[in-house]
Write a protein that binds this ligand. Sequence first.
Ligand code: NAP
Length: 243
Amino acid sequence: MGGRFTDRVALVTGGGSGIGRNTARALAAEGATVVVAGRDKDALAETGGIPVVADVTVEADVVGLLDTIAGRFGRLDVAVNNAGVFGGGMPLAELPTAEWDRLVATNLTGVYLSMKHEIGLMRATGGTIVNVASNIGAHGRRPGLGAYAATKAAVSALTRNTALEYIRDGIRINAVSPGPADTAMSLRPGETPEDRADRLASALPIGRVGSLDEITGAILWLASAESGFTVGHDLVIDGGATA
Ligand SMILES: NC(=O)c1ccc[n+]([C@@H]2O[C@H](COP(=O)([O-])OP(=O)(O)OC[C@H]3O[C@@H](n4cnc5c(N)ncnc54)[C@H](OP(=O)(O)O)[C@@H]3O)[C@@H](O)[C@H]2O)c1
């Protein structure tokens, strides 16, 4: 098996479904040994690769995940911090504090903890990190989704600043900000993929949802040597929604 990631060790968080699963499989198809992390053991096993059950909101789990990678491979070349949850859907004063906490813990603290411990291992050999933010974050306006948007905007800011801290250590950090992609997360409650297609046909300039490969392709480019001069960037992939 050949490709841009031959002999590379990669980690994908939230690798048991959607964008994470597709990214893990694409990295493997290009030669990487891929560790997939998430909370659902069966979902991770279905993805393939090396499954490690870990909750990114729990620092001991993240430390255990990176210890497993260090023990098995002694290095980490690529990390895709993709684990995330969607939520909110109501104005700020109505939002339960527990929902705020869940979004912040997963989408922001989870990326902080993941990067913190990935960098520790990557420092030995260098590597690339791609964080999965959202076009709603730094770039969008979506009343009712303020909490989700705030966590994702924070991921963009954390990416930019952390990238500057570690680029001289050979660790290159970037983010992607997808728009509505073809996963369960972009379905509204009770909505079918056909309903979603109708909704997005008029709502998005491109007139359709983004395919998994269109999101994954951007992640792999940022993770690969092809993007070697790109540092601290937040690549928006949203069919023109925030253009
Ligand atoms: N789909 C879209 O339209 C879209 C648009 C913009 C951004 N995004 C972002 O893209 C990323 C992937 O989303 P997706 O669309 O592929 O949705 P998804 O299928 O729901 O994937 C999210 C993954 O994150 C994992 N996860 C959630 N909480 C976790 C935790 N505490 N610890 C470890 N893993 C956790 C989930 O697995 P478990 O629950 O089994 O742990 C799941 O596999 C997310 O960060 C999302 O915000 C998606």
